[in-house]
Design a protein around this ligand. Sequence first.
Ligand SMILES: [Zn+2]
Length: 352
Amino acid sequence: MAGLRQVIIRGGLESLYFSGAHLALEPFVGGVGAILTLHHVRPPRPDRFQPNRLLEITPRFFARVIKLLRRSDLDLVSLDEMHRRLTERDFGKRFVCLTFDDGYRDVLQYAYPVLKEAGVPFAVYVATSFADRLGELWWLALEAVIARNGRIGFTIDGRNRIFDCGTLAEKRTLYDELYWWLRGRPTEAELRAIIHNLAAVYKVDIAAFCKELCMSWEELAELAADPLVTIGAHTVNHPMLAKVTAETARSEMDLSRSVIEAALAVRPQHLAYPVGDRTSAGPREFALAAELGFKTAVTTRPGVLFPEHRQHLTALPRISLNGHFQRLRYVRVLLSGSATAMWNGFRRLEAA
Ligand SMILES: [Zn+2]
């Protein structure tokens, strides 16, 4: 096993695939199923500065993934069916759930026709302020500020700072620095205040991104009418829940469910935590989601599902289809559970 670990760490996904290690490991780390995370499915764009490229895959790759999944011996199931299998310990066949976060229009345009044609169930986790055109896709506002300017200035920790971002390399570096610095702010309010300030100074209309990219309630209604589709909750304002008060976290989860129910006449039973990593959702949020009666809630902590997850139904891991890794062999490796087993040091549960 130590030898295998070395190989895996050195070469990552490629090594896992070409060494055949993912096949050797699969019986031990493959679990009972997996939930895939997707965001955008849309044609590639020519812009060279695309710091959020990881959040989108092309319609062509998407169609190939669906074909691969359908030809595999995996069952493609809804979140309700996943919940049933986990709670009833029905593990005869491994399964995969497809989930799309945020409610982007390109899902309706490019992913839905493929899924409908193939009869594949899927879930869309809707942030209600996005459908209401009031949401703040702040990571895109930051991208726009850097893309449209050669130099930007703002106040960090009480000091005025100037950043050059005239070249592509500078833009990429600055985006990374500022993005992770913002993600590291202790409260969501601080992050939003900085973004509001930047957007105001550099004349970026934050709300415009919703209109351009997110489904309206009418478009969501079209999806919701299809029995293949599960509409899940994704809060109202898409905050990192661990960075708001318990009261706000609770109302963000609960209110989004009520807003969706009022708009689409379906009451969401499933939730996805915005951002969803360790800094955004932890034990407090897992307990709140359970208390509010959600059947399941998903994180973006990487991993496949094991029988033990029936005790942690509001702290489920997922596997992201990342736009930087659009190769079928990576999907095979990820579904084998071997890459995430390495990532998690072979621990099956990450619910703390
Ligand atoms: Zn999201």
